[in-house]
Design a binder for this molecule. Structure first.
Ligand code: NAD
Ligand code: UFG
Length: 353
């Protein structure tokens, strides 16, 4: 659906999920302003988005700023009237958050509070926020519904929980706010063009970026964390979701924000299907034709056993459902990795490694 009149601010729009969402917004006819401090991303990613967007590229502008720089954010809101904000910007490495909790509270919480203050001051009270399935902790049962109790397993997860609560409080205090909290399960894959994808700094924390780096020869083997879970093959089970489906979920959320009585609502974005680590590796080997050597290790502290989403609420109320399966996720992950073995950098000049 084309929407030529709406302008969306996307924080963290140069990152993995951000770039895919920005592209989809442009393709739907939105004008998009990205703010990102490039702490975990490259400007090349937005250049690629522009070339993929073709004639719509002129609808994208970018400001390299940190969300905590309130005067800079004020300037952007003073010069442009935004219909809504999609807020991706944040640090997301669980292990780093345990080592540096204050960095996470400062970046994620202070950044969000400043964003909300500036939005309120400029009368922009529509927000889509990137929350996470991490708020379900180690769920007692699956699938996880939005009503499940929440908890924080680490400082990163605590920032997600706190921001969810802050959003509920500001809505309680001022019912003009319309807020959608999206709890992502495990985003993987890349745009089918292979031009944009995930390019993490340093050693990847997450399964698929690690698998991809083994496949292109940057790392010797994947360490499998735990083979003694009570799952079919003993390895952990997650709900992997194609990043393009996830990006679509944001368009659905923006449409929902157009409804008069939305308030502050939470939705899971997942496929509703659980896949084990070994099933994922096998699917990737099939798509890529590459053998992924494995080292079997003990459980990673803090890891849940089985996590997957109930997708009913999003299907019913957002009219959104994931289209892609594991095969497409692995195909597109490999397409991106094989075309960009060093992400947005190059072997001589890696941007981050
Ligand atoms: P990403 O690191 O690729 O993107 C985040 C972007 O935010 C980066 O470009 C980074 O430079 C920017 N950023 C960080 N702090 C900033 C600040 N203070 N000011 C301006 N820009 C800042 O991560 P992603 O995978 O695209 O995740 C996007 C959001 O989704 C994050 O909030 C993350 O916590 C959440 N999330 C991600 C996953 C996942 O597995 N990828 C799962 C659940 C939730
Ligand atoms: N795994 C390995 N080896 C690795 C990396 C991961 O065996 O090198 C296993 C994990 O033990 C787990 C599965 O692969 O069983 C998935 O692990 P990820 O780290 O990719 O994903 P998690 O679900 O554990 O956590 C991630 C983020 C969380 C977020 C959650 C849901 O790190 O912050 O996805 O969005 F909350």
């Amino acid at each position: 659906m084309a929407d030529y009149n709406k302008t969306i601010l996307v924080t963290g729009g140069a990152g993995y999920i951000g770039t895919h969402t920005v592209l989809q917004l442009l393709e739907c006819g939105y004008r998009v302003v990205v703010v990102d401090n490039l702490d975990n991303s490259s400007p090349v990613a937005l250049d690629r988005v522009k070339s993929l967007a073709g004639k719509r590229a002129h609808n994208l502008s970018f400001h390299e700023i940190d969300l905590r720089d309130k005067p800079a954010l004020e300037n952007i809101f003073s010069s442009t009237s935004f219909d809504a904000v999609i807020h991706f910007a944040g640090l997301k490495a669980v292990g780093e958050s345990v080592e540096k909790p204050l960095l996470y509270f400062d970046n994620n919480l202070v950044g969000t509070i400043i964003l909300l203050e500036v939005m309120a001051a400029h009368g922009c009270k529509k927000l889509v926020f990137s929350s996470s399935a991490t708020v379900y902790g180690w769920p007692k049962e699956v699938p996880c519904t939005e009503e499940f109790p929440t908890c924080a397993m680490n400082p990163y997860g605590r920032t997600k929980l706190f921001i969810e609560e802050i959003c509920r409080d500001i809505y309680r205090a001022d019912s003009e706010w319309k807020i959608i909290l999206l709890r992502y399960f495990n985003p993987v894959g890349a745009h089918p063009s292979g031009q944009i994808g995930e390019d993490p700094r340093g050693i990847p924390n997450n399964l698929m970026p690690f698998v991809q780096q083994v496949a292109v020869g940057r790392r010797p083997a994947l360490t499998v964390f735990g083979t003694d879970y009570s799952t079919n093959d003993g390895t952990g089970v997650r709900d992997y979701i194609h990043v393009v489906d996830l990006a679509d979920g944001h368009i659905a959320a923006l449409n929902k924000l157009g409804e008069p009585s939305i308030g502050c609502e939470v939705y899971n974005l997942g496929t509703g299907k659980g896949t084990s680590v070994l099933e994922m590796v096998t699917a990737f080997e099939k798509s890529s034709g590459k053998k992924i050597p494995l080292n079997i290790a003990g459980r990673r502290p803090g890891d849940a056993e089985i996590v997957y989403a109930s997708t009913e609420k999003a299907e019913r109320e957002l009219n959104w459902k994931a289209k892609y399966g594991i095969e497409e996720m692995c195909r597109d992950q490999w397409n991106w990795a094989s075309q960009n073995p060093h992400g947005y950098g190059s072997p001589d000049k890696p941007l981050k490694d």
